[in-house]
Design a protein around this ligand. Sequence first.
Ligand code: ADP
Ligand code: ZN
Length: 672
Amino acid sequence: MTVIDVILPFAVEGSFTYRLPESCEYCPQSGQRVLVPLGKKKIVTGIVESVRESGENEDTNVYREAVRFPEDFPIVTSQQMRLWKWMASYYMCTLGEVMRAALPATLRVDKGLKPRKKSESVVETRLAHPLNEEQLRAKNEIENAWNKTPTVLLFGVTSSGKTEVYIHLAQEQIRQGGKVLYLVPEIALTTQLTDRLRSVFGERLGVYHSRFTDREREEIYKNVLSGHKYDVVIGVRSSLFLPFRNLGLVIVDEEHDTSYKQQDPAPRYHARTTAQMLASLFGAKTLLGTATPAVETYYNALNGKYGLVEMKQRYAGLKLPAIHLLDLQRAYKQKKMEGHFSLPLVVRIQEQLDAGKQVLLFQNRRGYNSYIECPECGYIPKCINCDISLTEHKPVAPDMPSRLVCHYCGYSIPAPAVCPECGKGVPVDRGFGTEKIEEEAQQLFPDARVARMDTDTTHGKDAHEKLIRRFADHEIDILVGTQMITKGLHFKDVSLVAILKADAMLNLPDFRAYERGYQILEQVSGRAGRAGTEGHVILQTSDVENPLFAYLKQHNYEAMYAEQVEQRKAFRYPPFYRLIGLTMRHREQSRLETASRTLQDRLKHVFGARCSAVIVPAVGRVQNLYIRQLTLKIEATASYAKAKEMLAREIEYVKTLPPCKGTLMTLDVDPM
Ligand code: ADP
Ligand code: ZN
């Protein structure tokens, strides 16, 4: 009897097998949608994984009958199916979880899809900018390198004109009949970039935004499935799930960016890794581009796993920005501070404003103050659901009180006028965020137009775009922002970038903190002096001796890398070891202790020193769930697949133990 194994969009293991509907007159194919009964009353939409003859000893009587097939053609291609399977296995999740991430929600409900008619493809060949000598050399080198390795790193300094090289490579690919996927980090998908690509590829460009509605996603999904609407799709990491045909090239722009890693929910995939797998399924090429490669990427490039092509010059002979350090400790001692601004910085900002230039102020934290504290009793207001202090946010209207907000769960209360603990002290600000900097900047430079860009000011659909446009049109003189202002933006009048407290992000307990600090600072610096005038960067720090700043001043990524790679080796981190993070959550602390200890003991037995001790993370409770973590470190030379298999077995076993019941476990392969 012919039966079908069906993927259903749930996190449950195992396959769901069904019989064909009685009325079905044809044999369905893998990748088709199918409606199947589940439980007592439910009908759910699944994807046919395989169509097969039942085995001799298989009892087909237990299988229920599928209801019907909404279409008579697959909406998931064979390459997608292979990619899904690879993801589920590599990232240790179920096919159902991959399906849920991969298909627009509207395709997961019952509603027939019509096959797209072949629209006459109007080939619009518009002109890209001609490449300069260095860009041409880079393009040729990339193409040659692809003859040896399918993945090449384009390591080009900020404003070297990488985008133009991508455009030329994409055009070449299209001429050969291949399609192009152009991946960008979350927030970098701005009109600045899409306008540029639109002017070259016209209607043949598809855009896949994370802020799109399900309907818009479905539209693009269908267009890509049809195979003849787009030549180039630009999109965020989830565009890897589109049903490509004839994919010839995948570009991963700003490959170091952390938004390429999906944190939650599963599949917790990295777009850089997944892009290479996707490309390999098509025999396509991958190009990774950045001014500040991830340590792992540069390591792979130096070791011949990837090709390496460099561009060391900015386009049109511009100089890289000059970086100046400003000693905060000394400035505080000499009382040369206005709020969080040192006096020399105030002077430099004023100079730029007087000259009609624009200034970017970078502060890694959003909010007004990072926390408030009672000077009398030391009380710090904390979230009731999470183990974290609340952050003060200024009032929306002047006559309203400011609020204290939890950045983890959104819990908020009005800021207390007097300390609720001792009733005496007036809570004061400790630390500082973008809101505070914005306020100080407006006071220091009353004539300047000051604005702020962070996740709080960019909630609305177009808020981010509008801010960028206003700044690009010079309707804003000073823009205060978080990391958001570092991503691939191009403003011609920015002559000065200031970093208010550069050491703040280097002291995080994360083995990537140093590398990330360098990347963010180099990228934010790269926003300065992108046209005509020379750019300057002022870096305020209490840690002037930190070697990282010396590397930054020289734009010496290689020196930073050399230092980091030694550390990674010494402390057993990637690329020498691979990490798997295991997070356990439970409402009851004591149960969690038992479960995490039990798992730790079993894993230690199997993996020895490769398994860490149970740790309580920096924020040990979120939304009323206590959290514990374990990390496995597997030698890069060992079999990753085997290690995962052993890990999965132990987890399954521990889950069955009565005292461990109810513990939520999530796995993060290659965590970031
Ligand atoms: P990167 O991505 O390397 O930071 P961009 O691609 O944004 O740099 O290029 C920086 C600036 O130089 C942009 O304004 C871009 O339009 C301009 N540019 C780069 N290459 C060319 C070219 N070949 N012709 C004209 N303008 C170019
Ligand atoms: Zn909270």
